[in-house]
Design a protein around this ligand. Structure first.
Ligand SMILES: NC(=O)c1ccc[n+]([C@@H]2O[C@H](COP(=O)([O-])OP(=O)(O)OC[C@H]3O[C@@H](n4cnc5c(N)ncnc54)[C@H](OP(=O)(O)O)[C@@H]3O)[C@@H](O)[C@H]2O)c1
Length: 417
């Protein structure tokens, strides 16, 4: 088995950051003592974190700490050699991610992260998919709110469709039904980094706007176009819908999962994501306010003075994020609908709901990432059969149904309505 005989099942790299700390706290409560370790570039911050975690479990006081820096390839390889799985929250990934992925492939450690930077993921596929596949290393991006609810929601919906109709749904749609939470400085830094790269590089822009940018090379693109970018009334749910800011990320991940799972959803499967606003004038106005706010934020981040002003006065700094109170009051619900026929609205459909009673971006995200890492550490044999044994993968193509079961047991909602 890959990673056999390693000192640790999971090493959390970037454990001293905002999300990394939450992942470490989750593992302190749920993983076997001695089976995991924290890693980061600052010994002082690691010691501080370990002292904090001692409040979570007695064993966490003796937690192993590993110092590694992205700029020091030797330290990354030494880290990867000690782990079955490296779980990285070091972002922006386009700045810091590739050396970690390379070290994991070289040293035969599986890898998972939280990236929503799809142009970078497209680059990782182009540069490292074959090597990872060849070595049997699973590199699994986007194991947080981007894109687990979408990716596993569509998988659950399609499995229900196949059970009911003997074939997958032709058309799928994700509605962000309800969400309460906040943003961290690291998320903003990653979004700003993507907008900045896109402003200066036509190749990045092309990747971001290609619905099939994560498709395996050589595959012909399917029928999908761009995500919804305006406010529209949706008769199927009797409410207004607006653009979802993560649609460009999640939709691409779902399409790659379909391809890597042998086109289980069909080659002509069409899929999109939106936010459900509400019925009546209030819903329409809310939709427009959100759309304009989102457009304003992207425009602000695209230009240097706007970026400086937003980062300096409005947005949280790296290392900062929503308070514990905000996270605890947070929650999210998403619904994925699948229609038997394409474009035949009002026809037969299946519905699934995915959710958690924690904020989506940090509370639920740290749970999803930590559970993904622990499942990867159990080895390929722990995952239901037929999935790729290595490569640059997605949550549904690396961990599939087994991850749904695991997240359900951890308290998340995954149900057929
Ligand atoms: N997909 C999702 O749903 C989701 C949700 C949450 C976060 N994220 C993503 O996760 C990433 C982290 O977010 P965050 O808010 O936790 O960010 P953060 O608080 O800024 O943490 C970043 C971490 O990276 C570490 N780091 C930076 N440069 C490094 C280097 N050269 N070598 C080693 N470590 C280095 C930092 O170390 P120090 O502590 O020493 O500064 C810190 O631990 C972002 O890319 C964000 O977009 C995604």
């Amino acid at each position: 088995m890959m990673g056999e005989g390693r000192e640790f099942d999971v090493i959390v790299f970037g454990a001293t950051g905002f999300t990394g700390r939450l992942v470490a706290r989750y593992l302190a409560r749920h993983a076997r003592a001695g089976s995991w370790a924290i890693a980061g570039r600052s010994e002082e911050k690691l010691m501080e974190l370990r002292a904090d975690l001692a409040g979570e479990s007695l064993e966490a006081g003796g937690l192993s700490m590993i110092q590694a820096d992205v700029s020091d390839g030797g330290s990354l390889r030494a880290l990867a050699r000690r782990a079955r799985v490296v779980c990285s929250t070091v972002g922006p990934y386009a700045l810091y991610g590739e050396p970690v992925v390379e070290a994991c492939i070289e040293e035969g450690a599986d890898y998972c992260d939280l990236t929503g930077e799809m142009d970078w993921v497209a680059e990782m596929i182009e540069r490292h998919h074959e090597a990872a596949r060849h070595k049997g290393v699973r590199v699994v991006h986007s194991c947080g709110f981007d894109s687990v609810p979408s990716d596993l929601g569509v998988l659950l919906m399609q499995q229900e469709a196949i059970a009911r109709w003997g074939r997958p749904a032709g058309q799928g749609k994700y509605y962000l039904w309800q969400a309460r939470g906040g943003f961290s400085g690291g998320t903003i830094a990653s979004a700003a980094e993507t907008v900045e790269r896109a402003a200066g590089d036509a190749r990045v822009r092309a990747r971001l706007s290609d619905p099939y940018a994560l498709y395996p090379s050589g595959e012909l693109p399917g029928p999908d176009g761009q995500p919804q970018d305006l406010v529209k009334y949706d008769r199927e749910i009797g409410a207004w819908t607006g653009p979802f800011m993560m649609a460009r990320v999640n939709e691409k991940v779902v399409r790659r999962s379909n391809a890597l799972r042998g086109f289980e959803y069909g080659r002509e499967f069409t899929y999109g994501e939106v936010v459900r606003m509400g019925p009546g004038v209030g819903g329409a106005l809310g939709g427009w306010a959100m759309t304009l706010g989102l457009g304003g934020m992207v425009a602000g981040l695209a230009f240097r003075p706007g970026r400086w002003l937003l980062k300096r006065f409005v947005l949280p700094k790296p290392g900062e994020g929503p308070s514990e109170q905000v996270r605890k009051r947070g929650c999210f619900r998403t619904r994925v609908y699948g229609w038997k026929e394409v474009g035949l609205r009002g026809g037969e459909r299946v519905e699934v709901e995915i959710g958690a009673d924690q904020d989506p971006g940090y509370g639920a995200t740290s749970l999803m990432l930590a559970e993904s890492a622990m499942l990867l550490a159990e080895g390929r044999e722990a995952v239901s059969g037929g999935l790729p044994r290595g490569g640059v993968l997605t949550p549904a193509s690396a961990l599939g149904e087994t991850l749904i079961e695991r997240l359900r047991s951890a308290g998340m909602i995954f149900r057929v309505l």
